[in-house]
Design a protein around this ligand. Structure first.
Ligand code: SF4
Ligand code: SF4
Length: 353
């Protein structure tokens, strides 16, 4: 498998959209993330959405499949089902994935993997470009402590991973099967065992990332988890376990950096986030501020909202009201913001390439 790029950005592969942006033409988003429901069967200790209580707030029946057509017309290229809860708990998530693929959109699913049945796993192999299982412990005990889950879910999730890999092999699909663990004190000691287990189950990669603090999340992990000795030992073991069919990626501490040289987040128009109450956003991190909402998709269609004054007002709010150096570490726009800022402010002599 070619080396994955989980950090950095890929906007340079969309020169038409970048040209629209630089010329001041309207920019349609490339990537849409959808939060089908805020319900979740787990309660991860670090989850940024615990503060919302995972109330059973969901997009209404029929909305997501129909939205795929609207996104396609708006030249969106990829949709990710993820968000504030477990997306597979919404009965429309798989119909929407099917519709996305019929329309030629790339589709992805982020899941904790526990509620998935065999039919869904088979469809994932057929429909998705990538899926990512969030597994936050390498033993039933560590998993239950980190993920606020029944310890029996640990074996269930690993079995589902194995079944997904079998469906992938049978169907010859190009699905990338990802797994991810947020490093916290409750699971640190079991991370290497988890890497071994997910590789054996057929995952293509295992990513260990840091906890990124968020203003609304009171959880504070034990800083000992970031001790340089521990991380370098993980990196050593990652090198040993990785091979041509499996990558263990330990995300660097520089991802915790919150210093941002730019004043404006120029990358905002390239993403769209749909919340489970219909609220539409460009920046996921400040969704608790109603002034960052473009509008509500339960009231107006996507193209109308995206071209409305509401979008400009939401972007203005994000750019004028928030100190970027206090925003969440590694926000998903950050690398694109950096790159576009450089394009907007070229150095002298750019024709001497
Ligand atoms: S599985 Fe995801 S949404 Fe559910 S509690 Fe854990 S991090 Fe939050
Ligand atoms: S830097 Fe802040 S405002 Fe800008 S995109 Fe990231 S989280 Fe949003």
């Amino acid at each position: 498998m070619a080396e994955l790029r989980l950090d950095g950005h890929k906007l340079q592969y969309h020169p038409d959209r970048v040209a629209d942006f630089l010329a001041g033409r309207p920019v349609w988003p490339i990537n849409a993330e959808i939060s089908p429901t805020s319900s979740c069967n787990h309660r991860c200790r670090f989850c940024n959405f615990n503060c919302l209580g995972h109330a059973a707030r969901s997009l209404p029946a029929g909305k997501m499949p129909a939205l795929m057509d609207e996104l396609k017309r708006a030249e969106v290229k990829a949709v990710v089902f993820a968000g504030a809860g477990e997306p597979s708990l919404h009965p429309d998530t798989f119909p929407a994935l099917r519709r996305a693929r019929e329309l030629g959109l790339d589709a992805a699913l982020s899941t904790n993997g526990a509620p998935l049945g065999d039919r869904q796993l088979r469809e994932m192999a057929e429909l998705l470009t990538w899926s990512r299982f969030s597994i936050n412990g390498g033993s039933p005990k560590a998993y239950a402590a980190s993920q606020g889950a029944d310890p029996a879910d640990f074996a269930r999730v690993l079995a589902n991973l194995e079944r997904l890999a079998a469906h992938k092999a049978r169907s010859g699909s190009a699905l990338t099967i990802g797994t991810q663990c947020v490093l916290i004190s409750e699971n640190m000691a079991t991370v290497a065992e988890l890497a071994r287990r997910v590789k054996a189950a057929g995952a293509d990669y295992f990513s260990v990332k840091h906890f990124y603090p968020h203003a609304d999340n009171p959880y504070q992990p034990d800083p000992a988890g970031l001790a340089p000795g521990f991380l370098s030992e993980l990196e050593r073991r990652a090198g040993e376990l990785s091979d041509t069919g499996f990558q263990w990626i330990v995300r660097g501490e520089e991802k915790l950096e919150r210093v941002r040289p730019y004043r404006e987040c120029l990358g905002l128009p390239f993403f769209v986030y749909l919340r489970e109450d219909g609220g539409l956003y460009t920046c996921f991190s400040h969704q608790d501020d109603p002034q960052t909402a473009i509008g509500n998709l339960l009231e107006l269609d996507f193209a109308t909202l995206w071209q409305s004054a509401g979008k400009e007002a939401a972007i203005r709010r994000l750019n004028r009201h928030y100190d970027k150096n206090r925003c969440q570490a590694n926000c998903r726009h950050h690398q694109i913001n950096l790159w576009l800022d450089e394009l907007r402010r070229p150095p002298p002599h750019v024709n001497f390439i």
